[in-house]
Design a protein around this ligand. Structure first.
Ligand code: PLP
Length: 444
């Protein structure tokens, strides 16, 4: 019996025993092609020598110093690199141990910013109904995914909700995409006005949605419209790039492709690429300057903030991405994978949509392509896909759960940026097998 509390309490997963490049190996010697990098984490694959060398060098030099007393050269270097490569004046970096902690940090930075400005009545965040921003209680309250929240109500904060930008499901037949986008922005403005703009802190969204919808990019102009509304009402725009950031969509930050500058950006997953638990919040000048000129302190802190080994891993990841021109590779290989998915599944009766950006791609599964009806949630098709994929030696990230009152099954693909065309062919061929087996298993 395992003494670990696993996600599935009636089932102990296989023991991961080694990893090299695109492959993970379990303790029985079985190999798995990691086509989702866990959950869009392992952007450089497993066992990358440059990252390991940087971490080893850092361990030899300094493993830990509490940030109440010290900073470290490596954390400073990482912050400088992130700030230099970020758009606009996103020049200030707070390092965390992961994505949820980055979200909590962003929420607190935003709240303290308005308190320091003498606007303590601002206490409401707005987020989308179909959203996931992490599993700590603040982040869980921010996210709208009912399935993840269901055991924890009432949650810590009340959050005002708007519809997700989910063109495949929500754009009406014949409706122009600009009209659809304008409707979403009208709803956001209505919610700001109903709440009272003087009570709103900010709006938080993933620029490209990852785990709650299977790689959903925004419609053209949606995020620019969000930015304009935030400016109009003096509220903050928080871009959650925990999954879609750090090159996953072909630019270091997904918002770069939208021509939009958020006030706060959260990072996680690909920042440490799985080599160390690390996340970050990037903040614009005006936020940090306001705190500096006010109380002079950010009322926050975690024991492992700015951990030197994690910072060394993240800095090495950044250097490899730049040295090996991996952002361009993401765009090219993402295009190849998307074409392969279209060729393999474009006419499949149960694949409703193939979408995404860069190497963050998703497929939405439907009972019926015509009316887009989802599969019966009790069938747990996404779990069957995960099981069958693993039996085929493939890791894909399957998702189910309640989405905006509806249930849907999705598959997320997020292979390492170093994936080759041959690997992509293998991923698609194993996925074909796994999907057919999973569909057969839920039918009987
Ligand atoms: N935000 C987004 C968009 C995520 O996808 C996730 C994790 O999946 C998180 C936040 C939380 O990150 P973590 O699991 O590192 O706490």
């Amino acid at each position: 019996m395992s003494h670990l509390i696993h996600r599935q309490l009636r089932h102990t997963p296989p023991v991961a025993d080694g990893g090299s490049g695109l492959y993970l190996r379990d303790s029985e010697g079985r190999l798995y092609l990691d086509a989702s990098g866990g959950a869009a984490v392992s952007s450089l694959g497993h066992g990358h020598p440059d990252v390991l060398a940087a971490m080893q060098a850092q361990i030899g030099k300094l493993a830990y110093a509490h940030t109440a007393f010290f900073t470290s050269e490596v954390a400073e270097d990482l912050a400088l690199r992130l700030a230099q490569d970020a758009p606009g004046d996103l020049d200030h970096v707070y390092l965390t141990s992961g994505g949820s902690e980055a979200i909590e940090t962003a929420l607190k930075l935003a709240r303290q910013y308005f308190v320091e400005r003498g606007e303590p009545r601002r206490s409401v965040f707005i987020a989308r109904r179909q959203s996931y921003h992490g599993n700590t209680l603040g982040a869980l309250a921010l996210g709208g995914n009912e399935w993840r929240r269901r055991h924890f109500e009432p949650l810590l904060m009340k959050v005002a909700r708007v519809a997700p930008c989910y063109e495949y499901r929500d754009r009406r037949p014949g409706q122009d995409v600009h009209e659809y986008t304008a409707g979403l922005l009208r709803e956001l403005e209505d919610v700001i006005l109903e709440t009272g703009p003087e009570r709103v802190i900010g709006f938080c969204a993933e620029p490209v949605v990852g785990a709650t919808g299977g790689a959903i990019p925004p419609t053209p102009g949606y995020l620019r419209g969000v930015r304009a509304l935030c400016d109009k009402y003096g509220i903050l725009f928080i871009a959650d790039e925990v999954m879609c950031g750090m090159g996953r969509t072909g630019t270091l930050y997904a918002v770069e492709q939208e021509g939009v500058l958020p006030d706060l950006v959260t990072l996680g997953k690909g920042l440490g690429a799985g080599y160390a638990p690390i996340g970050a919040v990037l903040a614009r000048q005006h936020i940090v300057e306001c705190l500096r000129a006010g109380s002079g302190a950010f009322q926050h802190g975690h024991t492992y903030t700015g951990h030197p080994i994690a910072a060394a891993a993240a800095l090495a990841v950044q250097k490899v991405i730049r040295r090996d021109c991996l952002l361009g590779a993401v765009t090219v290989r993402g295009g190849v994978l998307r074409r392969m998915l279209r060729d393999a599944f474009g006419g499949h009766p149960h694949v409703g949509d193939i979408r995404g950006r860069g190497l963050l791609l998703g497929m939405e599964l439907v009972q019926d392509r015509e009316n887009k009806h989802a599969f019966d949630p009790d069938l747990k098709l996404h779990m069957a896909i995960r099981e069958q994929a693993m039996a085929c030696g493939l890791i894909v990230y399957p998702m189910g759960g309640t989405i905006d009152g509806r249930r849907g099954d999705h598959i997320l693909l997020a292979p390492p940026f170093t994936v080759t065309e041959k690997d992509l062919g293998e991923i698609v061929s194993r996925l074909q097998d796994a999907l057919e087996r999973a569909l057969a298993s839920v039918r009987c």
